[in-house]
Design a protein around this ligand. Structure first.
Ligand code: B12
Ligand code: SF4
Length: 431
């Protein structure tokens, strides 16, 4: 039986995002009396591997090492950054520094679990949520006969083949999360979206948008924490001097009862005066009362990932809303004075000059505070879009590496060029 673990955060992207996953995992381990030390490489800069070696020596003895892989690429066709390589360097260094079992997990890891385990030679991985499975694995570290029944565990069978257990949805209300922000001064000294703490109200998404990995890594059932638990977490953030949080939910309005209840409790407790927050939401269900409730609760920004204003394209991407919902949600935010942003996804299959023009015309009419402009769909393995992308190809593409579909316009013109023209130097468009 193992009783202690070191968890490493190798993320070094700029701007930095606080490793909320490690805070949540540490809470779950604490709750079961298991010791957890955290090594956060994000603030270190040069000399990361020396720092890692020194910190491992300080943390010894321990029974296992875990690494969080939050993201392995930026999902953007214009940059195609592949962060996996810098993370792999940390994992390989750990392999050299300690003989203890190496366990991988995280949203990025869960998108390509088998592939990353094989590339790194790590001993175990966890697909999906970590709070329950990591605890079980640590307790049964030396009992391979138990590994086949740990949800989401990626492990090697006796013949060396990699096995991936089906993930399960744990009871989030059974978790007593304690918020002790990691490296608070480094992550939280400015009030930008990235400098906010993470806070998860609910987990999971029931929709099937063709390109999205979230139902795959968070589950399709929307599970919630209780409002009392969430308010307790927010209080602890405030006590730690945190001035804002970004909701870590796939979409905030998947469970409207929870959201409205949480907002009411934020207002009633006065926490709405202590910190501000923001998050992602769908344009439906959304109404003016919700926009006002969010404002009163301290919410200062909603990001609608609308992709397009064209109903034909929204339907083919299996988005659970249409243009009229976008218009309605935007009007509700404007009337309530709630800042909102649209994220566009352009150059999807079937995109034409006129669908691009329709999207830009609508966006200009609705006047969001900001518009994120993304071109090209990232094809991830395990998604419907990834499967369609592979179909009919003689040589399958390695979808782990940045792989994008960008539609050419009907006259052969480039979407990127035409989008630049449509943005016309307007600074609400973030390219
Ligand atoms: C909110 C959010 C943001 C916010 C963060 C704000 C903030 N201050 O926290 C913003 C907008 C800044 C952001 C930015 C980016 N994001 Co983002 N983001 C999210 C989102 C919605 C929530 C992240 C979160 O906090 N989750 C809550 C925590 C608790 O969950 P978790 O990290 O998955 O951890 C759990 C498990 O994975 C597991 N686990 C984690 N680590 C470990 C380790 C071990 C050993 C084990 C066993 C288990 C384990 O257990 C944890 C608890 O259950 C996720 C999607 C999602 N629903 O999770 C995308 C997501 C993580 N982001 C993603 C991406 C691509 C990015 C960007 C690269 C986008 C860009 N082009 O810039 C940047 C990277 C920023 C950075 N510096 O790292 C992708 C990553 C997938 C990939 N391709 O690798 C995701 C999955 C979205 C998606 N649909 O593709 N993001
Ligand atoms: S894009 Fe949003 S609504 Fe669609 S599956 Fe992903 S998280 Fe769910």
């Amino acid at each position: 039986m193992g009783s202690s673990i070191v968890l490493v955060n190798p993320n070094s992207l700029s701007p930095p995002v606080a490793p909320v996953a490690l805070e949540y995992l540490r809470s779950a381990l604490d709750q079961r009396g298991l010791r957890c030390e955290i090594i956060d490489l994000n603030p270190v800069g040069d000399g990361r591997l020396d720092f890692l070696r020194d910190e491992l020596t300080r943390a010894a003895p321990f029974d296992a090492v875990g690494v969080t892989l939050r993201n392995f690429d930026d999902a953007a066709s214009t940059t195609q950054s592949f962060y996996y390589e810098s993370t792999e360097a940390v994992i390989l260094a750990l392999r050299r520094l300690t003989p203890k079992p190496l366990i991988l997990g995280g949203a990025g890891y869960s998108v390509a679990p088998r592939s990353i385990l094989e590339r790194t030679g790590a001993d175990f991985g966890v697909v999906g949520e970590g709070e329950f499975s990591l605890v079980e694995l640590l307790i049964h570290l030396d009992e391979p006969s138990k590994h086949g029944s740990i949800p989401g565990l990626v492990h090697r069978a006796a013949d060396g083949s990699v096995r991936v257990n089906a993930p399960a949805a744990g009871d989030l209300k059974a978790l007593h999360r304690r918020r002790c922000p990691i490296n608070g001064a480094f992550y939280h000294d400015a009030l930008s979206v990235t400098a906010m703490a993470g806070l998860e109200l609910s987990r999971g998404c029931p929709f099937s948008c063709v390109y999205c990995v979230e139902p795959m890594i968070k589950g399709r059932e929307v599970r919630r924490r209780s409002t009392a638990q969430l308010i307790g977490e927010v209080e602890e953030l405030v006590q730690a001097g945190i001035a804002g949080f970004h909701a870590a939910d796939s979409e905030l309005n998947l469970d409207l009862d929870l959201l409205v209840d949480f907002c009411g409790a934020m207002s009633a407790s006065g926490l709405n005066d202590e910190l501000v927050w923001c998050g992602y939401a769908l344009p439906r269900p959304f109404d003016e009362q919700l926009a006002r409730t969010l404002m009163r609760a301290g919410c200062r920004g909603i990001n609608f990932g609308i992709d397009s204003a064209n109903d034909r394209l929204l339907k083919s991407l299996k988005r659970p809303f249409r243009q009229r919902d976008i218009v309605h949600a935007a009007r509700c935010c404007t009337d309530a004075g709630l800042t909102f942003r649209f994220d566009l996804l352009l150059g999807v299959p079937g995109e034409t000059r006129s669908s691009l023009e329709e999207t830009f015309a609508l966006v200009r009419r609705l006047q969001p505070d900001q518009v994120g402009v993304n071109i090209g769909v990232r094809a991830y393995g395990g998604t419907e879009f990834g499967d369609t992308f592979q179909k009919g190809r003689q040589d399958p593409v390695d979808l782990f590496r940045p792989t994008f579909y960008v539609q050419q316009l009907e006259d052969g013109d480039d979407v990127e060029r035409y989008v630049d023209e449509l943005c016309d130097g307007d600074d609400i468009f973030m390219r």
